[in-house]
Design a binder for this molecule. Structure first.
Ligand code: SF4
Length: 441
């Protein structure tokens, strides 16, 4: 029998957001480093790790279902992730699970795996690529820069699940980024709960990159990552004043002219109930100043409709904000109460149908704005990164399109391009979400 066949085998199921994906990647990396084999099916595995999400009730249900399925199919299950931090719901539902940990708990997960499935004595460390195991395609990767959050938005339980902000050392992040780039990654997607707050918990202390002193600050991190020669895209940026410092880096082409800023609402009254900054005029001024500094900036945001107490007037204020801000990309969620969130105590809960109806109205309202913004790109020449090739050409993304959440650029004559390749194209047309383009001769 070959040595490989003797390797203890772990099945892995991962649910949840990009932050959970990063946790999963770190666990998979460590498992492989210690000589465990990873199985794509339940029956080939000696035990199964389920990485769960606990953000909204639907995610809790999905996670519980995944645990139930793994127990039925395999029988030996370790649970990690956000659901694991929600009291003993997992143990209460499935007393037979071997162990339960919260999110970002690499050491605890590994301890549970060791207890129930000891590693081989001679781990195949050399089988692990230096950048670790990634769940994303080879040409882009999520890079988590911090964990937890110091805000207390009333609809959110992430601080209760993941704790206050803990920033990763700047040298460690840049080293990880360098390894990813060496392995062929062309786009780094910076994620955290609150990217603009990076370094606050460490009082922006001086860290080291290859012996060189660098402040633990978002600007310094973005500048360092901007020197790696790949796309750097910032997600979950809270609109603090320090975001303004990043605009010159975008204007110089060091990081992508893209900001994912979840505004959540635009009525000062609702923002106050949400426990979020409520000065909408200041936000609009900031958006205008950002656009002045970087005219091709893409701004994406998300909003919640039907928050408890939201009146027609509050909702109108939100639509008016969309008209004034002319955001490029907008996502909307109908408010859904999350167990344990402070917002559940608020009076004036709206019926589910009304929350959803407002979500649809918001999306319809934004559709014209987004289309107008896309139309402004027709005739422009831009770089795109190829995600896929099919019989109709190349499916790519521009600086304005994050993977999975934004639009696509169809390069209609891009059949000969390769996945992970940059190409220069001219935009020929658009629809509501996507662009059509031809290769630049
Ligand atoms: S900033 Fe984001 S993670 Fe932090 S409490 Fe608010 S919604 Fe939750």
């Amino acid at each position: 029998m070959s040595r490989r066949k003797q390797a203890p085998t772990v099945g892995f199921v991962s649910l949840g957001c990009p932050k959970a994906t990063v946790d999963a990647e770190q666990i998979l990396t460590r498992l492989r480093a210690e000589g465990y084999a990873i199985s794509a099916s339940y029956d080939g595995a000696d035990l199964v790790v389920v990485n769960t999400c606990g953000f909204i009730d639907a995610a809790v249900e999905e996670s519980l279902e995944a645990i139930g399925e793994a127990l039925a199919e395999n029988g030996r299950v370790i649970v990690t992730g956000c659901l694991g931090a929600k009291g003993d719901i997992v143990h209460a539902t499935y007393p037979k699970v071997l162990a339960v940990t919260g999110p970002h708990a690499l050491a605890e997960v590994m301890a549970a795996v060791h207890a129930h499935l000891p590693p081989l004595h001679d781990p195949f460390v050399d089988l692990v690529p230096p950048q670790g195991i990634k769940l994303t395609p080879e040409h882009y990767a999520y890079l988590k820069i911090s964990e937890g959050c110091n805000h207390r938005c009333s609809f959110c339980i992430i601080p209760a699940l993941r704790g206050d902000l803990v920033s990763r050392p700047i040298g460690e992040i840049v080293r990880e980024a360098e390894k990813l780039v060496e392995a062929g990654v062309k786009e780094l997607l910076i994620v955290s709960q609150d990217t603009s707050a990076y370094g606050v918990d460490l009082k922006y202390r001086t860290g080291f990159i290859g012996g060189r002193p660098v402040r633990t600050r978002l600007y310094d991190l973005a500048r360092e990552l901007g020197q790696l020669g790949v796309w750097v895209r910032l997600h979950y940026v809270y609109p603090y004043p320090n975001v303004d410092d990043l605009l010159p880096l975008m204007a110089e082409g060091k990081i992508l002219p893209y900001l994912d800023v979840p505004f959540q609402h635009a009525s000062p009254r609702i923002l106050k109930l949400m426990k979020r900054p409520g000065d909408v005029d200041k936000v609009l001024d900031r958006v205008t100043a950002w656009r002045r500094a970087v005219p091709d900036l893409t701004i994406r945001s998300t909003f919640i409709t039907g928050f408890p107490g939201e009146t027609e007037q509050d909702f109108d204020a939100l639509l008016q904000f969309l008209d004034a801000a002319e955001l490029d990309r907008v996502g909307a969620f109908a408010y859904s109460p999350v167990e344990g969130a402070a917002a559940n105590e608020l009076t004036g809960a709206l019926p589910e149908a009304l929350r959803e109806e407002r979500r649809l109205r918001l999306m319809q309202h934004q559709e014209d704005i987004s289309t107008r913004r896309l139309e402004q790109r027709i005739g422009k020449t831009m770089d795109v990164l190829v995600d896929d090739i099919d019989e109709e050409g190349a499916i790519a993304r521009s600086a304005g399109d994050a993977p999975e959440i934004d639009g696509i650029v169809y390069v209609t004559d891009g059949h000969a391009l390769e996945v992970g390749q940059f190409a220069r194209v001219t935009v020929t047309d658009c629809d509501v979400h996507d662009l059509f383009a031809a290769l630049q001769p």
